[in-house]
Design a binder for this molecule. Structure first.
Ligand code: BES
Ligand code: MN
Ligand code: ZN
Length: 547
């Protein structure tokens, strides 16, 4: 019952120091915990418990009541993330016991397990301990489903240990890597369920790490072409169809909004299209995942101020999340057709860059006045959304680091959701509750539409200072052509500024796991009838005579 990591990637081989957390092994064993030969055995404790029961109680007893004593002394409280290391001095097989706090029993859920699992393995790594055994947190009196507990342990462990060390020629702050975790459960049936959860959790976490790696990668390495290669690698491994379109092809398709952004750089732009055919007999059972792939956002001619501009290497986080979600979907194989469309380019102020005041025409024929070249995400997404609609997609979810206003509004705790279809919005929020990735809806009231009215074109790409995230979404809404659509603004949540639970500084991998969860939830939702594909009308001829 061992999950073996996939062979190292072509991309990673090029790196000076590949991310070692991908090589982490998690397995499940059916055994008695006190008899396990391990450098550290992880048990847990709910807050307020005076005398531990279950597995923790058994260990306490074998150690002559030391855990009970430490609780009495006030050294162990059982709060979430608390870690207490006890040396067993030969009293039991495990050399050490680590007591992990789970917080109040009535509050334990998979998110707590993810968080605690991350804190535990990071603690062990700091101590130079490279392997451990653990009980399945929350699956005892906590009442969690053993499979979900196993999944959460695997996710928390992988994601919490993650480091982006590619360009560190020395080992950085850690010389030891954590290499192996064994989840121990005496009952064979429960061990089997835990194992299934661990395997799924590893798949989900590895894909989130695919996204994190892409986002953390500097922009001189993670170019649109390299993004396309990363997508090709995922498609190759998971047996997905993939097409990559270049500038000339996109111009021909009438993607004037996307090409307006791409004209400021010498770096070739890419439209990355991936397909998973999970329900080929029912083409209307589909989902489109659309990602913003700005590999660097200087702002263009409306140049950004230099302070913090380096963070704009992560402006392709939406695209990375979509590619990584396809990595999961290819493995979990839900009964739904999923089309991924990633619009990848740099936003540079080159000699042929577009100017404020320029008018561009998107693939559906609609015109946009470019007030601010830094509002480029909505421009590239406009054409990507049109493309997905042309492909017959009737449910759209776009993911983008779209607005600084989103960071002001919701900070880094949750992703802003906007959309035109209440059901799809709710399904996205619900999927997020399962993955622990939080979402909060913002309104798209008609009153806000005035913000993007233009005197010279159908709309303008900047609505000024008011309701910045909403006005950006309202522009996108002009390109969904009647389809059910949800927009996820991950400007705040795609990166973390601190280590916290299973997040570390840098890219978070949000919302990779939620996108995959949504695909699987939609596949299970058989009520869905689909929105008929609209025949393309006169705009098709219009698109040829573009600026
Ligand atoms: N990529 C940025 C948004 C962003 C800001 C993402 C901070 C992550 C962190 C986007 O392209 C942008 O520049 N938006 C402008 C829009 C404005 C010019 C209407 C913004 O938010 O300032
Ligand atoms: Mn911008
Ligand atoms: Zn941007």
């Amino acid at each position: 019952m061992t999950t073996t990591p996939k062979p190292r990637t072509a991309k990673a081989k090029k790196s000076a120091k590949p991310n070692k957390t991908k090589a982490l092994k998690i397995d499940v064993r059916s055994a008695d915990i006190t008899g396990i030969d391990t450098p550290a055995l992880v048990v847990n404790l709910f807050r307020g418990v005076k005398k531990p029961g279950g597995a923790t109680g058994a260990v306490d007893k074998a150690l002559g009541g030391i855990i009970t004593q430490l609780i009495k002394d006030g050294e162990i409280k059982g709060s979430v993330g608390e870690t207490t290391l006890i040396h067993t001095l030969g009293k039991i097989k495990p050399k050490r016991v680590l007591v992990a706090g789970l917080g109040p029993q009535d509050k334990v859920d998979v998110q707590v397990v993810r968080r605690v699992s991350a804190e535990v393995v990071r603690f062990l790594r700091r101590k130079g301990i490279s392997s451990a055994a653990t009980i399945a947190h929350g699956a005892g009196v906590g009442g969690l489903d053993p499979k979900l507990s196993g999944q959460a342990i695997a996710e928390g462990t992988h994601l919490g240990l993650y480091k982006f060390g590619t360009y560190l020629t020395k080992n950085g702050d850690t010389t030891n890597e954590f290499e192996k975790l064994t989840v121990v459960e005496l009952d064979k049936t429960r061990a089997k369920a835990i194992d299934a959860g661990v395997k799924l959790g590893c798949t989900l976490a590895r894909a989130s790490i695919t996204a994190r790696d892409m986002v953390n990668e500097p922009a001189n390495h993670m170019t649109p072409s390299r993004m396309a290669e990363a997508a090709q690698k995922v498609a190759g491994e998971q047996g997905l169809k993939i097409e990559i379109f270049g500038n000339a092809e996109m111009k021909k398709m009438g993607m004037g909004a996307f090409m307006g952004v791409a004209q400021g750089t010498d770096e070739p732009a890419k439209l990355i299209v991936m397909r998973y055919d999970g329900d080929p007999d029912n083409p209307e059972n589909n989902l489109g995942l659309i990602g913003k792939g700005i590999t660097f956002d200087t702002g263009g001619i409306s140049l950004k101020p230099p302070g913090g501009m380096e963070a704009m290497k992560g402006d392709m986080a939406g695209g990375a999340a979509v590619i990584a979600a396809m990595e999961i979907i290819g493995q979990t194989r839900p009964k739904i057709n999923v089309l991924a469309v990633i619009a990848a380019t740099e936003n540079m102020p080159g000699a042929s860059a577009q100017r404020p005041g320029d008018v561009v025409r998107a693939m559906n024929g609609k015109t946009i006045e470019v007030i601010n070249t830094d509002a480029e995400g909505r421009l590239v997404l406009a054409d990507a959304l049109c493309y997905a609609r042309e492909q017959g997609i009737t449910r759209l979810v776009d993911v983008a680091t779209l607005t600084g206003a989103m960071v002001t509004t919701l900070g880094k705790a949750c992703t802003g959701v906007m959309g035109n279809d209440d059901k799809l919005v709710q399904q996205t929020i619900e999927a997020g509750k399962k993955t622990g990735e939080k979402f909060w809806e913002l309104p798209l009231f008609d009153e806000y539409k005035d913000l993007i009215k233009s005197d010279v074109a159908d709309m303008k790409n900047s609505g000024g200072r008011q309701a910045g995230s909403i006005s950006a979404a309202l522009l996108l809404a002009e390109f969904v052509d009647g389809a059910a659509w949800v927009h996820l603004d991950i400007a705040g949540t795609s990166t973390s500024d601190k280590v916290s639970g299973y997040l570390v500084k840098g890219a978070t991998g949000v919302p990779v796991r939620t996108l995959a969860q949504l695909a699987s939830d939609l596949a299970a939702d058989s009520d869905y009838q689909g929105v008929p594909k609209k025949p393309r009308g006169k705009s098709k001829t219009k698109q040829r005579s573009v600026p």
